[in-house]
Structures are given as C-alpha cells and as structure tokens.
Design a protein. Structure first.
Length: 301
C-alpha cells in the first residue's frame, strides 16, 4: 500500500527536520551579534516544551530571583526551542532553559550554566507512550502505519532520541508512520495520545512522571511502552557574550536554591532536587546521538 504524502500540517521528512537545527546555527552565524546588553533586567527564555501552564510558578520564581540577584528579572516565553536558540545568539536573552539537543548543536554561542537534578542525577529519559488500552506495543516498529506525536523538532527526548532509537532498530522514521506531527509541548504529546489523536508519542520522561503526580487522570490514559537510556537533563544556559559577574551571580542563586526554604518549595513545584554546577561531560551522550543521526543523513553535526 503506497505511503500517503505529507501535507502542510504534517512533519517534514527526517532530513528536512534535522536540517532545522543546522539551519538555526547557520542563520545565527551569518547574523551580526547585537550590542552587549547593559540595562538591569535579566532576561530568561523558556518554552512550553518544559514549562507548560506555569505562569503562576514563573511569577513566584521571578520574585525569588529578583530578591537574590538584586535585579529585575523577566521571563521571555517562546513557542519553540528554535526561537529561544535564535534569541540567545542575537543577545536578546541572557539565560534560557533549553534542551540538550540545541545546546549540543550550538555550544559556540551557548555557555552551560546549571544542570537540574532529577531524582538525584542531572539525567532523564525519553519515553515512548501509547494509549493505556494498547497492551501490544513494545517498540516503535509496532506503530507502523500509525499516527505519531513528537514534541519539538529540536527536542532531544521528543525528537532526536526517537529518531536514533528507530534507526538503531533498522527502521526509517521518515516512512514508518502514516502521519506524524509536532505538538511543541510534552504535555500536549500526552494529551494527544490520551485522547486518541495519536497512536503513540515521544515524551520527556521527567515531564510524564511529573504529570503522573499532578494529573494522574491524564497520564493514566497512557502507558509507557519503552524507555530510552539516560541523557543530560535539559540545562540552563547563558548567552556566550554574557559577562562573568552576571553568570556567576545567577549560578550561585540557582545552586543555592536547595539551601533555603523558599528555594526548596520552588524546586518541589518543579519536581526537582536542585541545580548542579556545569559539567559538559553530561551531554556527551547527546553529542554522540546527534552525530550518529546526522551521519546517517549525511548532515553536519
């Protein structure tokens, strides 16, 4: 039976999707950097990929950071990792909570700031989830000719690792599914699978487990069919042109959150144990996956 052609609302073929991250790098490299940011407001970029429906939390966290930094703080929310990546390179942000995938691909203008600790480690997994009623699916191959949901094309757990897992299993991600699409939020992947919009989805394991604590009625409609290996948890980064004084001040505040009561309450709301100082080696696994997938597509890593 011939494959259906992808429509305008469907995911591009794997080659085009993987080029997006490279395109971000090339576009940024050709654009002139803006002048060093000098006013007192600290700008922090976030996306719904990690922090979804968290307006109230961000306001509380902003107040906490302002008191400890002695500066105004503004959270800047964008729809995708690509937008956050471009804003960092253009000096439109000072810090951002990104994913290990765009960090691994753009180290030339991102500086690793702090690593969230989840269950005691700066690591997490990608989950393949299916509807709870699906008791048969054990891997990606069982979803052939089905509908699949990804989170963000620049997400490690929501796109890159699933591509890697399929290629390792001898499957072609570009033709395996009848249709696939991006939701641009891990929660929305869970909703799509729970409501039967997709037969399977790739989701951040930390997000799924956190939702299981807060919205068990939602995650209860899904089942974890497969867990990946562990990878570096989505980090907080700084723009490469940020001065050391501001970098060190933010790092000290983040690492110190676990040492005071209000900081611990904020961490509890995030379902995190704390933040650790940077260690670039944690992201070596993502670098290897990116190179492997890019090599299979003959794309630059």
């Amino acid at each position: 039976m011939p494959r259906k052609k992808f429509g305008s609302n469907q995911i591009p073929r794997r080659r085009e999707a993987l080029r997006r991250i490279g395109g971000t790098v090339l576009a940024a490299a050709s654009a002139p950097l803006r002048a060093q940011h000098t006013h007192d407001t600290v700008r922090i970029g976030t996306t719904a990929v990690i922090l979804d429906d968290q307006v109230g939390f961000l306001n509380t966290w902003r107040d906490y950071l302002e008191r400890r930094l002695g500066q105004r703080v503004r959270f800047v929310q964008r729809a995708s990792y690509r937008e956050i990546t471009e804003a960092l390179h253009a000096d439109e942000l000072d810090f951002a909570w990104v994913c290990g995938y765009p960090y691994a691909a753009n180290k030339q203008f991102m500086r690793l700031l702090a690593m969230p600790l989840y269950r005691g480690k700066p690591l997490y997994q990608s989950y393949l989830i299916v509807p709870a009623a699906d008791s048969a699916t054990r891997g990606f191959g069982d979803l052939q000719d089905r509908i699949f949901a990804y989170s963000d094309p620049n997400s490690n757990s929501g796109f890159l690792v699933p591509q890697y897992e399929m290629l390792q299993a001898g499957l072609d991600p570009a033709t395996l599914f009848r249709k696939s699409f991006f939701t641009y939020a891990h929660r929305k992947v869970v909703v799509a699978v729970a409501n039967g919009v997709a037969h399977g989805g790739a989701v951040d394991g930390y997000v799924w487990e956190t939702l299981a604590l807060r919205s068990p009625d939602l995650t209860g409609k899904t089942r974890i069919a497969l867990k990946s290996g562990e990878y570096g948890f989505p980090p907080l980064v700084a723009r490469g042109t940020l001065d050391d004084r501001r970098y060190e001040a933010m790092l000290a505040v983040l690492v110190g959150m676990s040492d005071d009561p209000q900081g611990r309450e904020l961490l509890k709301a995030l379902n995190l144990d704390g933040f650790a100082p940077p260690d670039d080696r944690v992201f070596d696994g993502i670098v290897r996956v990116l190179r492997y997938v890019s090599l299979r597509e003959q794309l630059p890593a």
